[in-house]
Each structure stands twice: as C-alpha cells, then as structure tokens.
Design a protein around this ligand. Structure first.
Ligand code: SAM
Length: 276
C-alpha cells in the first residue's frame, strides 16, 4: 500500500468503530471536523484537545494527517541535510507527539517516492494511548521491500514520572516535532523539562525537524531550546505551503466525497536543527 492507501485503511477501521448508522456517523464527523478547526484556534488560551474517541481520531486523520504527512515529505525532499540521512543503511527516527502517524507517513512517502530503503526504526511517542491501536499493524501494510519497524511509546511529556524511564530513543538520528509544541504551549512550564532532557541528551549529529503554526509563541520556544542546547539551526523559515493532493483524492475514496476537503494549505514555521 502507498501511504495514502494506509491512511484510508486506518480511516476505515476508525469509521467502523463509530457507533450509529452511516448518516449519524457522518453527521458526528462533520461536527467534529468543524469543532477541531475551532479548537486549534484556542491553543494559546490553554485549550486542551482530547483524541480519546473514534470520532475525533477519524476527523483528525482525515483532515490533518494527509496534509501533515505531505508537509513532512515536501520538507525532506527540499532539504538535503534531511534527505541524506535516508541514504544511510540504518536510521532511527523518533516522532515526538507523532501519535496520529503523520510524521511517520510523510517519511514513508518520501522513501517510497525516492525508492530509498534504509533499515528504518520509528519510535512514535504520544500521550494518547488510543493512537497505538490505529498503528499497531501498520508494518504489515507497508510493502515488504521497505524495512520499517514502528513501536509506540505512550508518554505524557508534562509528567516526568511518565517519560523519565524511557529515554533510549533520545539516541535517534532524527526527531520530528510536527504541530506538537503548539499543543503544549499553555503547559510550557510543565513540558519544558522534557525538552531540556531531549535536546541535551540527543547525540551529536542528530537532526531535528520542527514544523508548526507560523506563530512566534510556538517557534520561539523551539528556537530558545535549540540555542541553549547546542543545536545548530540549519534552516529557519516561515512559509505558506500548499501540499500536492491530486494523487491522494482517489485514495481517500468515499470520505473525500462525503466530507469537506482536508487541510491543503498551511501557514507554517519550520526549523531544521542539528546537534553539534
Ligand atoms: C496536533 S497533534 C500533531 C500530531 C502529528 N505530529 C501531526 O502532525 O499530525 C498533537 C499530538 O500531540 C499529542 N500530545 C498532546 N499533549 C501531549 C503530551 N503532554 N505528551 C505527549 N503527547 C501529547 C496529542 O495526543 C497529539 O497526537
């Protein structure tokens, strides 16, 4: 399966789990799509988004995962510092706040499009345990010629009891933080200790890919951490990026006909950093 066929298969599984008949399910999903759009505008006011039910997870995967995966793929393609790490034989990637799978799928799309086949291990870290269910059998869906393995680590970065005993993935080659810090900004004081540990213990040469809403409240936090922990910012850009979507429409199948278009244009700030 290509990565958008994988998304479709996961959407099918989530859709089946939503209670009600088709009309009722679609109505709940449409409401949730609107609600999520609204909720993302409230992050700076401390609004907390919960992904712990099937309707929210379906809505998030449909509206945002397609877009964010494309963003990740586009940024890897555009930046040689990033894409060259996939020429190595073995690569370890930690997707921090990567529960919905966008970071993983974006990298997978890049590998598939460019026929790169490193032995690649993904560690997906996220506080929402339910995402693990969605991705538990994803390795079986990826064509065998791609050597991917994914493991899921449920952890809350605002709670040191949760993360302090699980730090093996701090030795990854690449850390992705895609639309993650924006969700934590109101909990910055509680989450900062996690990032300080991660940034200070990351190995020399490891790369960081940060992508988030184009708002200094979010990227200043990343920039400050980078500055104080020997992370060289190789690329720093604010940009409006429209993701290529034509090929994915048919993969999203019936859902694309039923629901509003997924997010296609993103006003982002992104950073590529490298630990000295
Ligand atoms: C907006 S989503 C971004 C997901 C993905 N990276 C993407 O781009 O689609 C934010 C993710 O952060 C996770 N998250 C929020 N607070 C967290 C925390 N305190 N610790 C760990 N993960 C958290 C959520 O469960 C959610 O999966």
């Amino acid at each position: 399966m290509n990565c958008f066929q994988i998304i479709k298969s996961i959407l099918d599984e989530e859709y089946d789990q939503i209670s009600g008949n088709e009309v009722e399910k679609d109505e709940q999903i449409n409401d949730k799509l609107k609600q999520l759009r609204q909720e993302y505008t409230q992050l700076l006011n401390g609004h907390n988004i919960s992904y712990n039910n099937h309707i929210t997870r379906f809505a998030y995967i449909y509206a945002y995962v397609t877009s964010h995966a494309n963003l990740v793929c586009t940024l890897i393609e555009k930046n040689s510092e990033l894409n060259s790490i996939f020429d190595k034989e073995k690569v370890k990637v930690a997707c921090i706040g990567g529960g919905p799978g966008s970071d993983f799928l974006g990298i997978l799309k890049y590998l598939m499009t460019n026929q790169k086949k490193p032995d690649i291990k993904f560690q997906i870290c996220d506080q929402e345990k339910a995402w693990a269910e969605s991705w538990s059998d994803v390795d079986d869906k990826v064509e065998r010629t791609f050597n991917t393995s994914t493991s899921y680590l449920p952890l809350d970065v605002t709670n040191s009891n949760d993360w302090k005993n699980h730090q093996k993935y701090f030795q990854s080659d690449l850390f992705t933080m895609i639309y993650f810090m924006s969700e934590l900004v109101a909990l910055r004081d509680l989450a900062n200790q996690y990032f300080v540990n991660l940034f200070s213990q990351a190995k020399s040469g490891s790369l960081f890919l940060f992508v988030d809403n184009n708002n200094p409240e979010f990227y200043d936090w990343f920039d400050e951490l980078a500055k104080t922990h020997n992370i060289d910012i190789i690329k720093s850009q604010e940009d409006r990026i429209t993701v290529p979507f034509e090929e994915e429409k048919s993969d999203l199948g019936k859902y694309y006909v039923k629901f509003d278009s997924p997010k296609l244009t993103a006003n982002v700030a992104y950073r590529i950093g490298q630990k000295k």
